[in-house]
Design a protein around this ligand. Structure first.
Ligand code: BTN
Length: 246
């Protein structure tokens, strides 16, 4: 087991990602170390966003990864593997989750989990990827500005044991990450695509030129999204260059 081989728990932190990065000095923690907390005072979301999580209600953790097998231009493969691990976990508890590009986990049209990866590369080598995960488990009300959060409890009405969830989820993440480490990138790419939210379905999007209708065709190993437009040629987008219109 790589992911979850060591778990560091602290009751409260500003952000597990920030704390994990601070541990990456000359003596690095073992690969797969998890830093977990019950409350973040400055939880970070994707650039420009915060991450709301009521104390001790949800899973908030970061995993320290050293994906030496991945070239810097293909780091998104790690994001795909982690998204699939989360998708596996959520899919055992509620029907039909999906991965919304680039790496949110959705149930119907609501977001149950988000991933924030912060990495460093030197030359042609990925030094580390700190992979932060927020998974909404027992929270019943969200008061922040996120537009469509949801938790497992809101969907099923059940209360979950967070320790048990972390145990299960770290196994799911570990299985997917080990496939990637052992040369199974093709499998990860294939399964990511088959779990992708609204793949091949005509959907409204907006980009810098305004609204358009298109359908998702594929995601590259660098995270680039290709959308076939109803009118005109296919277009490629990196994160934040295009949005879904709900
Ligand atoms: C997103 O905006 O979708 C990404 C959310 C990532 C939140 C997690 S919670 C644990 C880790 N520490 C942080 O500060 N953020 C990530």
């Amino acid at each position: 087991m790589i992911i979850g081989s060591k778990i560091i728990y602290l009751e409260e932190l500003p952000s597990t990602n920030t704390f994990a990065i601070s541990l990456l000095g000359p003596e690095r923690p073992p690969e797969g170390t998890i830093i977990r907390t019950d409350f973040q005072s400055a939880g970070r979301g994707q650039p420009g966003n915060t991450w709301e999580s009521e104390r001790a209600k949800n899973l908030l953790f970061s995993i320290i990864l050293y994906p030496e097998m991945i070239s810097p231009g293909e780091q998104f493969l790690v994001s795909m593997a982690v998204s699939l691990g989360l998708h596996d976990f959520v899919g055992r508890h509620v029907p039909a989750p999906a991965i919304k590009w680039p790496n949110d986990i959705y149930v119907k049209d609501d977001k149950i989990a988000g991933i924030l990866i912060e990495s460093s590369t030197i030359g042609n080598k990925v030094q580390y990827m700190v992979t932060g995960i927020g998974l909404n488990i027992n929270q019943e009300r969200f008061t922040g500005s996120a537009k469509n959060p949801v938790s497992l409890k809101q969907i099923t009405g059940r209360e979950y044991d967070l320790e048990r969830c972390l145990y299960e989820l770290s196994h799911d993440l570990d299985s997917r990450y080990r496939i990637l480490k052992e040369g199974g990138a093709d499998e990860i790419v294939k399964e990511y695509h088959s779990s992708l939210f609204r793949k091949d379905r005509w959907t409204g999007f907006s980009d810098k030129n305004g609204l358009f209708e298109g359908r998702i065709k594929q995601v590259g190993n660098d995270g680039r999204l290709t959308i076939e437009r109803r009118s005109g040629s296919p277009a490629d987008y990196y994160y934040k260059e295009v949005e879904f219109i709900f």
